[in-house]
Design a protein around this ligand. Structure first.
Ligand SMILES: [Fe+2]
Ligand SMILES: [Fe+2]
Length: 216
């Protein structure tokens, strides 16, 4: 029979068990904040800059974990998307400077789980940026008629959509990909990432695909 004392112990035990789960959920969604509709384009560029710097750091950490677990293709995909997020934050940084601001990021320590969980988390982050963050930022930039920001947000949003698709595919094929390797190619202008170059120009920003950076 459950006494008051043992009942408390059970409740306390459950709370202790749930605590790390809650922390992990919170940290995953911390990167997916609701979009602040009162923010200016310069504010939004700073937010995007911070998000992309942290995505870059997270994907580099995830790539190391994937290599450790023998998932070399997933590791290469993380490195390619890390390079793509770098393209994004550098471009946002340039626009911030043009608008008189100073690019600044607060680097959070990446939360690294299993590669399957890391891909799921990366997928959610990309979908958030593609569906919510960049469309809202784009709308505001259009309102303020800031062409450089419009272009940067449009390109980054489209590239995040491609990243999300790559992660979805990787998740499906993770088990069979174990022990195999593969190159990815990253557009130096928009951060598009592909696993094979199939056109003369980047489908997002029309850059010559000869300029794509190969990442393994
Ligand atoms: Fe991305
Ligand atoms: Fe591109």
């Amino acid at each position: 029979m459950l006494t008051k004392k043992s009942g408390f112990a059970v409740v306390f035990g459950v709370m202790l068990f749930l605590l790390p789960v809650c922390i992990s959920i919170t940290s995953v969604y911390a990167q997916e904040k609701p979009v602040d509709n009162s923010a200016t384009t310069l504010d939004n560029l700073m937010t995007a800059y911070n998000a992309e710097v942290n995505a870059n750091a997270r994907y580099i950490a995830f790539s190391k974990k994937a290599n450790e677990e023998g998932y070399d293709i997933a590791a290469s995909l993380f490195r390619a998307t890390a390079a793509a997020e770098q393209v994004h934050y550098e471009r946002h940084g340039e626009v911030i400077k043009k608008l008189g601001g100073t690019p600044n990021a607060i680097i959070e320590t990446p939360v690294v789980n299993s590669t399957t969980e890391n891909i799921e988390s990366a997928f959610r982050g990309e979908v958030y940026e593609k569906d919510l963050m960049y469309p809202a930022f784009l709308k505001q930039a259009e309102k303020e008629k800031i062409e450089d920001a419009i272009d940067a947000f449009e390109d980054a949003g489209a590239a995040e959509g491609v990243h999300a698709e790559l992660y979805a595919g990787m998740l499906k094929n993770l088990t069979i990909s174990r022990g195999l390797s593969k190159d990815f190619y990253v557009c130096p202008v928009c951060g598009n990432a592909v696993d094979a170059v199939t056109s003369a120009m980047c489908p997002i920003c029309l850059t010559d695909t000869k300029k794509f950076k190969r990442v393994r």
